[in-house]
Design a protein around this ligand. Structure first.
Ligand code: ZN
Ligand code: ZN
Length: 373
């Protein structure tokens, strides 16, 4: 089954901002919510489809991956099958709470707020040199990230007597209201669903439950990476809460330009100036490449703009074998200032060379003449 375009599902343009996305998602979620369409399987599918589309587009990294590579990009960037409904529906609690009074309809989510949650993914931008992108390297990076506070074990309260049971929900984390013939559950607003309230904040982390630390990491960058390549370091993102796993760290590469070489996919290009004698007679030119000095054989009669291919001297293909090629573009320089001797030689040469342009202009006159016979 082919998957529909996420923007199309939400009915928004490709440059829609967060507010527009959320609005479109809210509208669809309310319209197709299973509680409003009992037994309607099609509505349930639409509901899930909208949630999936929103979960991707609301995440700037996943959205960028989707914009560039489509559905496949999302499953690559997400480090898994893209969307996992059991992980909960994005923002649905907030969106539906005011209408239905509860969050999730597919999994008993009454304890969801206090349940283990995966930490956030973190992006780290790393600039590397053109050569390093070709050769690969191990880079040392320092990533600021949150770490669980050891004193309070992430609870944010002084050990022993820092926490008290919430008086509003009596520790249950939710409150039940009677609304017409429905009993509606809401997350307790006083404790945010945790069932406990901090009476004395932890001295170490000031009640945050985590501390900001610089973390040193080594990143193995394979040979052949390019601008915008993303490397995922599993579980090196922000820590999870309530025992949930940490998020991932994405190292996004920026590759510096090179003064001589340009890159196109896995091929390299450079331009070498030669004089008209070298172009006409052929020549050997030494070129300093990433594989040391290479002799470039310029064939006899090379035209301006011609290129010589050096097979296999391009960029290594990431996650595959082999390398691209190196193309040397020939820039034939016509001398603009001649010495007296050079001028004499060119004049002699000119007398012996056929005038390439004359037969053509004659041809045009002949053709024009044909029309006026
Ligand atoms: Zn603490
Ligand atoms: Zn409470």
């Amino acid at each position: 089954m082919t998957k529909r375009d996420y923007y199309e599902i939400l009915g928004v343009s490709r440059d829609a901002d967060d507010q527009a996305l959320k609005g479109a998602y809210r509208k669809l979620a309310l319209q197709h919510h299973p509680d409003r369409n009992p037994g309607d399987h099609a509505a349930e599918e639409k509901f899930k489809e909208a949630a999936e589309a929103y979960s991707v587009l609301a995440d700037s990294q996943k959205r960028a991956a989707y914009d560039r590579f489509g559905h496949q990009g999302v499953s690559m960037a997400g480090g898994g099958g893209g969307f996992d409904p059991s992980a909960g529906f994005p923002d649905l609690g907030d969106i539906l709470n005011d209408v239905f009074g509860f969050g999730d309809v597919f999994g008993g989510s009454r304890q969801r707020r206090s349940r283990a949650q995966r930490g956030e993914d973190v992006r780290y931008d790393l600039e590397i040199s053109f050569e390093d992108a070709l050769r690969g390297l191990t880079a040392d990076i320092q990533v600021p990230r949150l770490e669980e506070c050891g004193r309070c074990k992430g609870k944010g309260a002084e050990p022993e007597d820092g926490l008290v049971t919430c008086s509003m929900c009596r520790g249950r984390g939710e409150v039940i209201y009677q609304q017409a013939f429905l009993s509606v559950r809401r997350t307790c607003s006083q404790c945010g669903g945790r069932g406990q309230i901090i009476r004395r904040p932890c001295k170490e982390c000031k009640g945050e439950g985590h501390l900001r630390r610089e973390r040193k990491l080594k990143v193995n960058i394979p040979a052949g990476v390019g601008e915008g390549t993303q490397l995922r370091l599993s579980q090196e993102g922000q820590p999870g809460s309530a025992g949930g796993p940490p998020g991932d760290l994405y190292v996004v590469l920026k590759v510096a330009e090179h003064p001589i070489f340009e890159r196109s996919e896995f091929d390299l290009h450079c331009t070498v100036p030669i004089n008209i004698a070298q172009a006409a007679l052929g020549a050997s030119v030494d070129l300093l490449t990433f594989d040391g000095i290479q002799t470039v054989k310029i064939p006899e009669g090379s035209q301006p703009g011609a290129r010589v291919r050096l097979k296999g001297l391009g960029v290594p293909r990431v996650n595959a074998s082999g390398r691209g090629d190196l193309y040397v573009h020939l820039d034939v320089k016509v001398p603009s200032k001649l010495t007296r001797d050079q001028r004499r030689l060119f004049e002699q040469l000119g007398e012996h060379l056929p005038a390439e342009n004359e037969p053509q202009s004659k041809g045009i006159f002949d053709k024009v003449k044909d029309y006026f016979l």
